[in-house]
Design a protein around this ligand. Structure first.
Ligand code: ZN
Length: 491
């Protein structure tokens, strides 16, 4: 049976480096800028006769992530050897968890375009990373850096609940946000701390027994940016559609199984690496040198109790509790420290409401963070300082644009808003008689716009207000100026 529109059906495997100081099974430091092959020892080099020792912190972080993904922690997880031969893997096997992972089940709710979709989590398990193979330009030989060998790697495997390239990207972004919120990993994409492997297939109607039929599964290896995830998935969906159209009977999962593909970023296309990959190719067997992980229930409960409020929950709470639009709530909860800062700001403000505070965060505080490429903890002013300056605007001591200037000066000097306003005589003028004189002068000097406004052109008023602001060095209260102008021109 065919005829129905094919439905993209995508699962995702995500690898991320855990935020540990040392490697998974030895005491070597995890450092990204160390000289090549300087953070290695007999264990991570796979010398004969050495014994791995499990990193407890890595297990804790993995459990933390699995719990935050609403998964369960089985009583027993086991280590296995996954064999393959490659120059970046000196042991010729990787220690992983094959059939009894640390975390099982769960889900992640992913916001996209004002709605949320749910992606089921199949499993969360721990393994170790391989080294880095490099192919220098001169082409004389390849070189390997084994500093990365043995770095604790968390793998999160999702159910095939993703149905578009945009969803694939949003899932990756939301998972990254969660890992960073939990301090499970730094997830710096440039450093290769997070990598994505989407599995793509199209559901193509059902067979005679009503079971869904699929195009072959293609797994794209090692994508390391959200942009490449979105583009590679879009490319594969289009390619599957075409292949299926060309050969509806032959291009099926039953006939062709699963293949792995690479992604060429510059050409924006995938290419075939291996077809028909099977689990037994890896000759998995239990790791004889490590005892199984039997997490103590009390320990798991302690980790659960230590989970912070998760980003999606916080986003919804910001909408409800502070009355923020979806957009503002999304921006303010994307980073945990920014969200903390905002909440402290709202608490310490005497006159600034939550929405006005959100505007200050986005227009002033976060703009500076973006310009300077710094984290919020690195700027020298706190939530109470921002509250001070925005309160001065709300109560009319200074106008809004002076407020932004004062904020910038607070950052530079570390002085309080009150000090700067006092020193630089920035307090705004609401004095009617003083402003009336200014307005009279502005009207006399700008007969054209004044006449336009009298004739009904509302926009001309903005120009006159601008002139009055300039005449007072930005200190006039624009609301009062507007009132006087309208009164004088419209009588
Ligand atoms: Zn080592």
């Amino acid at each position: 049976m065919s005829g129905a529109e094919p439905i993209p059906t995508i699962g995702m495997e995500v690898h991320l480096h855990l935020a540990t100081h040392t490697k998974m099974f030895c005491a070597c430091a995890v450092e990204y800028d160390a000289p090549p092959n300087s953070r290695v020892c007999p264990v991570c080099l796979g010398m004969p006769g050495v014994l791995p020792v499990m990193n407890r912190k890595a297990v804790e972080l993995a459990i933390r992530m699995a719990l935050a993904l609403n998964g369960t922690i089985p009583d027993f997880a086991k280590w296995d050897r996954k064999h393959y031969y490659y120059p970046d893997l000196p042991k010729n096997y990787q220690i992983s968890e094959y059939d009894q992972p640390l975390g099982v089940g769960g889900y992640l709710d992913v916001p996209l375009d004002g709605e949320t979709f749910r992606v089921g989590i199949t499993r969360v398990h721990l393994e170790e990373d391989a080294g880095k193979l490099m192919h220098p330009e001169d082409g004389a030989c390849s070189v390997v850096d084994l500093n990365r060998t043995g770095t604790p790697l968390l793998e999160v495997v999702s159910e095939p609940d993703i149905h578009s390239a945009e969803q694939a990207r949003a899932y990756g972004e939301t998972l990254r946000q969660l890992a960073v919120y939990l301090a499970v990993g730094d997830c710096n994409m440039q450093l290769g701390q997070m990598r994505f492997e989407p599995n793509i297939s199209l559901q193509i109607g059902t067979d005679e027994k009503g079971r869904p039929r699929f195009t072959p599964i293609s797994e794209i290896k090692n994508l390391n940016s959200f942009r490449s995830v979105e583009r590679a998935v879009a490319f594969e969906i289009a390619r599957h559609r075409q292949e299926y159209e060309d050969d509806p009977d032959g291009y099926t999962l039953e006939r062709l199984g699963k293949s792995t593909r690479g992604w060429l970023d510059d050409r924006e296309e995938t290419f075939l690496q291996r077809s028909k990959e099977e689990a037994n190719d890896y000759r998995y067997f239990p790791e004889p040198d490590l005892v199984p992980v039997v997490p103590d229930r009390k320990w798991v409960d302690t980790i659960r109790a230590g989970l912070p409020e998760l980003p999606e929950h916080r986003r919804r709470r910001f909408i409800k509790e502070y009355g923020l639009p979806q957009y503002d709530a999304g921006v303010l909860t994307a980073d945990r420290e920014v969200a903390d800062f905002y909440e402290e700001y709202v608490r310490s403000a005497a006159n600034t409401d939550a929405k006005t505070a959100a505007n200050w965060m986005m227009q002033d505080v976060m703009r500076i963070l973006n310009e300077r490429k710094v984290a919020i903890a690195e700027i020298r002013i706190g939530p109470g300082d921002v509250a001070e300056v925005s309160d001065m605007v709300v109560t009319g001591t200074i106008n809004r644009s002076t407020g932004s200037d004062v904020f910038a000066k607070m950052l530079e000097s570390g002085k309080s808003a009150a000090e700067i306003v006092e020193e630089e005589n920035l307090a705004q003028t609401s004095d009617e008689s003083e402003l009336k004189a200014v307005v009279d002068r502005v009207i006399a000097e700008n007969p054209g716009p004044a006449e336009d406004f009298r004739g009904g052109k509302e926009r001309a008023l903005g120009r006159l207000i601008g002139q009055a602001m300039r005449a007072t060095g930005g200190k006039a209260n624009p609301k009062v100026v507007r009132e006087i102008l309208v009164r004088k021109l419209r009588g």
